[in-house]
Design a protein around this ligand. Structure first.
Ligand code: CA
Length: 375
């Protein structure tokens, strides 16, 4: 016979209180489970998004080259190339091309991604320049002048680099960055003779191309600004996981460094960089008469991917390739240039080789295609 310390009239209340407490405890457990499940689902989704941005080219390019760039443009009122220029002017040693390249790589790997060829693929570019020892080099797509600097600093005395950029503001920035590196550069400004096509060449077509100061047209609606600002919160956790560790500038192997130093001390280090502003499809046919060039020894193709193949065929038609001319095409995997690859890999006019690497400043697969013109 049990002994109860509770009065008989309180027995029911005690049982009801216990039942209610159990009910409340179960409700609390259910609520906690619900919240934890929600957090787990949200975390999984966030993890999947971060993983895709880190490993899949299309997601990475959308995130860095579309969303984040537009957001920063909107918040700062300047363009990405202008922000890179400001950083270079702040930290890079004037007259030192390697210091400028290192500053751009540091900014783009730690602060804001940009579509330079980058330090990893830059080594393939460096090796090709040193191997080819070109006298005439053509670059399609200057952007901020990063690859132009990489090429120009390794060219033998008397060599000339012609680089084409369709965006006047980008060309102005490139000129300032190349000048900061101590390399001789001449800008041939945009004129009505070289109209900018309405079809997109790259993200620059979204910008106010008439603005010489790089001010972005603020066509944003309030809703867009709020959405982007809200989404900006995603940038913080993403940056923690998506950034690769900074790779210090290591553009040359030991042997290449020796060769490059030999070239630099061989006389005139500053080569002539001619920066043409306009569309490649309109400028390429005029290069022979404009520059008195017979053919190019090396062509670095790094502009709008859909233009790789038509511009290659245009170079052939204009007689700007000789037997032994080397084409080096960037981003043939990400975003990709399948028509160009199919052409150079299946044409008897080319001997083509693929160099696997990674998309600049990211852990995303990319590569370069080196194609030797056989005539
Ligand atoms: Ca590129």
């Amino acid at each position: 016979m049990g002994i109860s310390f509770f009065p008989s009239y309180l027995q029911g209340q005690r049982h009801r209180s216990g039942f209610q407490q159990l009910k409340e405890a179960l409700s609390l457990v259910a609520m906690i489970s619900l919240v934890l499940t929600f957090c787990a689902v949200l975390g999984s989704l966030l993890f999947l998004v971060i993983r895709r941005i880190r490993t899949e080219g299309a997601w990475a390019l959308w995130w860095h080259d579309n969303y984040l760039e537009r957001l920063r443009d909107f918040l700062s009122g300047t363009s990405r190339p202008r922000r890179i220029l400001q950083y270079v002017q702040k930290v890079a040693k004037r007259g030192d091309a390697d210091s400028v390249l290192c500053a751009v790589d540091t900014y783009c790997s730690q602060v804001e991604w940009a579509m330079n060829v980058g330090d990893k693929k830059g080594q393939i570019l460096d090796a090709t320049v040193l191997e080819t020892r070109p006298h005439w080099v053509l670059e399609l797509g200057t952007y901020c002048g990063y690859s132009a600097m990489r090429i120009a600093r390794l060219l033998p005395p008397g060599a000339r680099l012609v680089t084409i950029e369709m965006n006047p503001d980008y060309a102005t920035v490139a000129k300032e960055i190349i000048q900061h590196a101590g390399l001789d550069v001449k800008l041939i400004p945009f004129s009505s003779d070289y109209p900018i096509p309405t079809s997109p060449t790259h993200s620059s077509t979204q910008r106010d191309q008439s603005s010489g100061e790089g001010t972005i047209q603020r066509k944003w609606r309030l809703q867009e600004a709020l959405i982007y600002t809200t989404l900006h919160c995603l940038q913080l956790p993403l940056q923690l996981f998506s950034r690769t560790s900074q790779t210090p500038l290591s553009p040359l192997t030991q042997a290449q460094e020796t060769t490059a130093q030999g070239q630099k001390t061989n006389g005139d280090q500053t080569c002539k960089v001619e920066l043409l502003v306009g569309s490649t499809s309109e400028l390429i046919p005029q290069l022979k008469t404009m520059l008195d060039v017979t053919s190019f020894d090396l062509v670095f193709i790094d502009h709008w991917k859909a233009s790789y193949l038509p511009d290659t065929k245009l170079l052939e038609e204009c007689g700007l390739l000789r037997t032994g001319s080397v084409l080096l095409a960037d981003n043939v995997t990400c975003p990709g240039a399948p028509e160009f690859l199919h052409y150079v890999r299946n044409s008897t006019q080319y001997q083509s080789q693929y160099f696997p690497s990674q998309l600049e400043y990211l852990q995303v697969e990319d590569g370069m295609e080196k194609s030797v013109f056989l005539g």
